[in-house]
Structure formats: C-alpha cells, structure tokens
Design a protein. Structure first.
Length: 604
C-alpha cells in the first residue's frame, strides 16, 4: 500500500475503534435475533404474502431460500430513476430463476436537484437524504427479508439508502444502478450557453433548447457530478456487480448485470456458505477506497458530506483531515467534465471504472483486501463486463483508450487529488481545485456579503460585481436553511472570471457536485447560524482564499475581528414544505460530520 493511504487508514481504524465495535456488535445481535419469516406469527406472514400471491407457496415452504426486499427510488420525473419502472417485475423473475423470491419492500423519495436548483425546494434537498435513510429503515423493518437490492443512483439517494440500510447491516445487499443517458449536447457547450444567458447575449428560448439537448432522455446526467460520483464510489467499495456503474440504460448488458446482481444476492445470504453482510462489506478500508476514488477521479465535493455520513452509519469516523492527507498522495488520473471535456460516456469508452481500479490497485492506492459483494477482494472490479452471445463475462482492463480522459497512475494529470482543506479566522472549509487554473488558486479581494444566492444574481445583473471580489454567501448551512447547493452562482461567477477579475466564493453552503473553474471555499464551518466566524465578515473586508497554503482569512486586525458582533440571523423561511423540516435543521450537526439530523439524533 501507498504509505500515506495506509497511514490514513490506520488513523481511521484507531479513531473508530469503539464506535465500529459497537456497530459490529449491533449487527451480530440483529443477525442472532432477527425476526425472520420462520419466527413471524401466522397472521403477520399472511399479511406479508397477501400482496404477492404468485410467490406465496415459495415463501411459505422455502424458509431457507432468500426473500429479497427491493427498496426503490423510482419516479419518472427524475431521469436517472425513470429507468427503474420495470425493474421490480423483472427482478422477481430473476429471483425465481435463482430459487429466491422478491418483493418491493418500499419506496423512498428521490428529488431532482436539477429541477430545484436555485429555488425554494432546494432547501429540502440535503435533508431528503435523511428522509431516504428513514424510509429505507421503514422498508426493511418488516423482518421478512433475508437480503435487499437498493435501487438508487442520484445525489442524496445512494447516501440515504446506505445510511438506512447499514442499520440492517447483517443483511446482504447490492446496489443496482441504471446507467447514464447517452450523450447529448456536450457539457461545455451547455455551460457556454448558460454564460451567454447570464450576460443577456441569448434569450430563454435558446437556453431552454440547449438544456433540453443536454438532458434529453432517461438515465443519469452525463457530467461527473454527485450522481455519477456515487456510482464510482459503489464500484471501489465493491457494492455493485463489477463494472455496472456506467453501462447505458436499455441495453442487453445493463439488463444482464441487473440479473446477475439478483442471482448473486440469492447466494450470499446467511443460510449459504458465502455470507456477505453489508455491514462487513462497508468497513474502514472500503471507506478509504471511496475517498481515494473520489480524489483520483476529481469527483463531487458533496461527498465531503456524504461519505462521513455513510461511514458514521457503519460506526466509522472519517474527517476532512483524512481527505486532505489522502489528496496530497493520490494522483488525479481522470479528466471528466467539469474537470475535462469528456462526459461519463467518454470516460466509460476510455476504460471507465475497470481501468481506474486497475491503475489504483497497481499503485497501491486502493485496498485490495476488502469483502465485496462479488468476491473476497477488489480484483474482480478491475475487469469490464461484456456479453459473449447471451453470456455475461468479464475481461481484465487493458490500457487507456484515450489518455486525454484516463491516464496511468504513473503519469497522472496531477500528482494530487485536488481537494484541500482551508483553515483560518473565518473557520474551516473545503475547496476543489482540480478544475481551477493554477493561477486562480490564490485570490485576495474585498468581500461582498449576501445572505441569499438570488441577491448575488441581482447584484451581478446590476453590474455591482464588476471588480475583483470575494462573494460571501452565508446562512446557507444545514441548521440555517438545509444547506442548498448554490449552483446558480456558477455562470455569473464564471463570467466575472472570464472578464479578467479575481473572483472567489466563500460560503457555509454547498456548491454543485459539478462545481468547476471558479475557486469556491465551501461547507465553511462553523456555519453562520449559531456564531460561526463567517457571520463576522463585512462588505469591503479584504479576504484571502489561498489553496496553495491552505488558508482562509479575513485580513482584519485581530482586535477589531474579536470585537465584532454577529450578523443578524434571517427569519426562517416557510412555504414549499420547508417548515416541516424544522426538526431536521434543529438537530443537524456540522458539515464535517455529514450534516445529518438522523445520525445526530440517533447519537451516532
């Protein structure tokens, strides 16, 4: 193993020792005391079987066979999840082929950040993850399942599914992706139209045509944002069938990978000789693999929230210092938009996840010796799925087929992973620099302070930001308003930077998983609500965002800084259901722990 990766792993194992042991004890107690179908009362079983009479005899007589719970995030408003429409009926057939049965255990909400970006509904987005975790727990609480398939792909859905499912970690589970949509309008062309619209150079009709040409059919969006980073993580953690992440929907290969996942689930239950419970698969080494994959591929900054939350659900504690240390050691070997010109289909064509895993294993950056759903180590994931006639096979990954997209770990795009921690008198924040030009890594400019991203857009339209500026957007943390992404800021800030100004963003909120060329100090902690120092910044303060030195400073005399009062807290927003999430905001903990209400409320 690479010594830095090994040292971070040891650090996480030691820090997590008491909580991980408590978790393992929990899932062992659950395994021993699991209600299970043989222990359920007859009336309880009758209720459980009534909805699927075609499988009633099998469920009644084959107590040792697996009944697979399907937890689905299907809806047809979210393109990535619309593909799941026919999955349950297909998976029930494939379960019977393997001597098992399957039932839809429950549905979980799946909102589309692309629809809510910049509007009030986005303030429900992060806490939809906690709602999904709770919904997953409800779905699996019936005690009638010996394993589960988790059908989800996008931003909050995969983390939420895992957070809930890991509390049932004695059960084997496999995540079932649906794949990315075929490529439409290239992402760079789409971004260019957005910037033209921001400056008034084109109208709404042209912008809408461009957006529809980019997001044009079923499947995951093709840029390398949070949804596709989720799929990368599931591969390096060994929770998919190998190579399942980026196969397009509606193809024979996609169908056969899902069929293979169902068959595999039927073989890895507690009654067989290859028991692979989810809680054993998601261990400290698997969590480190996810962080390494994130850094090596230039993935979404949202996972500096999601991965700590997933880990906590399994009794594992990972912090931003771990990411920072790993980033210094892990090479960037992929360039996918917004960190390059290719989309995820180009990434897959160049070698995709099998190539990435092969290279990171060869370089000692990934832990090979983890329990995966497919086998006893990660080696199987360094092979690409193919069809030989109707037979699913895997072929070991070869060389990169396009070195503008994928490079060997020995000749990377960058020697480090491009994620950094910033610290200073404003607090502690994250910055992603893998898509930021090196001469933009340090920005020192006067602050312009806002409490809402729409105020920024208005100031931009009015020409008030035509200068070197650090835009500060505060009261955007989890406790203030649910920590929405501030994606609508990307075009105007990009325009200002294109005009030659030195521009940066500082916020206690999130940026899009597809954040790119503008330096953004995000997830600033402590957040403004409750006394974070970001609440002390005033218009005109000189702010230094320094990704080279890892600092985030208000260049204000120390005495003056200490004497300042906090900015007044905006009144809580209502409407669009936001008032219903007041409990979540009140319980949420800081970003570095995952910004979760349900985990904090559970004492995890």
């Amino acid at each position: 193993m690479n010594p830095a990766v090994s040292a971070v792993t040891d650090r996480i194992i030691e820090r997590s020792r008491p909580t991980r042991q408590a978790y393992l004890s929990l899932i062992e107690r659950e395994r021993q005391g699991w209600i299970g179908r043989p222990r359920l009362g007859c009336a309880n079983l009758a209720h459980a079987y009534a909805g699927t009479p075609e499988d009633r005899e099998a469920m009644k007589t084959q107590a040792q066979a697996m009944n697979i719970g399907l937890v689905t995030a299907y809806n047809d408003m979210l393109s990535a999840h619309a593909v799941y429409y026919r999955y349950p009926e297909q998976m029930k057939v494939w379960a019977r082929e393997a001597g098992a049965t399957a039932q839809v255990a429950g549905g979980v909400p799946a909102m589309c950040d692309g629809v809510t970006q910049g509007y009030a509904g986005m303030e429900l987005s992060l806490f939809s993850r906690d709602t999904i975790a709770l919904s997953t727990a409800v779905a699996l609480s019936h005690g009638t399942f010996e394993g589960a398939a988790l059908l989800g792909i996008c931003d909050k859905i995969v983390p939420g599914l895992l957070m809930g499912a890991l509390r049932f970690g004695h059960l084997p589970m496999i995540l079932i992706p649906g794949g990315p949509m075929p490529s439409g309008l290239p992402n760079k062309a789409k971004a260019a139209v957005r910037e033209r619209f921001a400056t008034g150079e084109c109208g709404r009709e042209e912008l809408l045509e461009a957006e529809i040409a980019a997001y044009h059919t079923q499947g995951t969006c093709t840029f390398y944002g949070t949804a596709n980073t989720n799929q990368m993580m599931m591969e390096v953690m060994g929770l998919h069938m190998p190579g399942a992440a980026f196969v397009n929907p509606g193809t024979k290969l996609r169908q056969e990978l899902t069929r293979a996942a169902v068959h595999r689930l039927a073989r890895i239950g507690a009654h067989g000789d290859d028991y692979r419970p989810l809680g054993a698969c998601v261990d400290e080494k698997a969590v480190v693999n996810a962080a390494v994959g994130l850094l090596a591929t230039g993935g979404s900054t949202n996972h500096l929230l999601h991965l700590p939350a997933i880990a906590r659900a399994a009794g594992i504690v990972i912090d931003w210092e771990d990411f920072d240390r790993l980033s210094a050691a892990v090479p960037l070997i992929a360039r996918v938009y917004p960190n390059g010109s290719a989309d995820v289909n180009g990434f897959e064509a160049a070698g995709g996840m099998p190539y990435v895993i092969k290279e990171l294993l060869l370089g000692g950056y990934l832990h090979r010796d983890i329990m995966t759903v497919a086998g006893d180590d990660l080696t199987a994931y360094a092979a690409a799925p193919t069809l030989d006639g109707d037979t699913l096979t895997w072929t070991p990954a070869g060389d990169s087929r396009d070195e503008t997209i994928l490079r060997p770990a020995t000749a990377p795009f960058s020697p480090d992973g491009g994620m950094r921690i910033l610290q200073g008198n404003i607090g502690r924040a994250c910055i992603k620099v893998s898509a930021v030009e090196r001469d933009r890594w340090v920005v020192e400019a006067p602050a312009r302070v806002f409490a809402d991203q729409l105020e920024v857009l208005e100031a931009f339209k009015n020409g008030e930001l035509e200068r070197d500026v650090v835009v500060v957007v505060r009261f955007q943390g989890p406790r203030a308003n649910g920590m929405p992404e501030l994606h609508k800021l990307t075009p105007p800030l990009g325009v200002l930077q294109n005009r030659g100004f030195r521009v940066a963003l500082v916020t206690d909120g999130r940026m899009s998983g597809a954040s790119g060329k503008v330096p953004c100090a995000i997830h600033c902690s402590p957040e403004a609500l409750g006394g974070g120092a970001i609440g002390l910044i005033r218009d005109g303060d000189l702010i230094r965002v320094d990704a080279e030195a890892g600092t985030l400073e208000a260049l204000v005399p120390a005495g003056e800084w200490a004497a300042r009062e906090q900015a007044p807290t905006p009144a809580p927003a209502s409407g669009m259901g936001r008032e219903l999430f007041g409990m979540f905001r009140g319980l949420a903990d800081e970003a570095e722990k995952g910004a979760s209400a349900v985990l904090a409320g559970a004492g995890l």
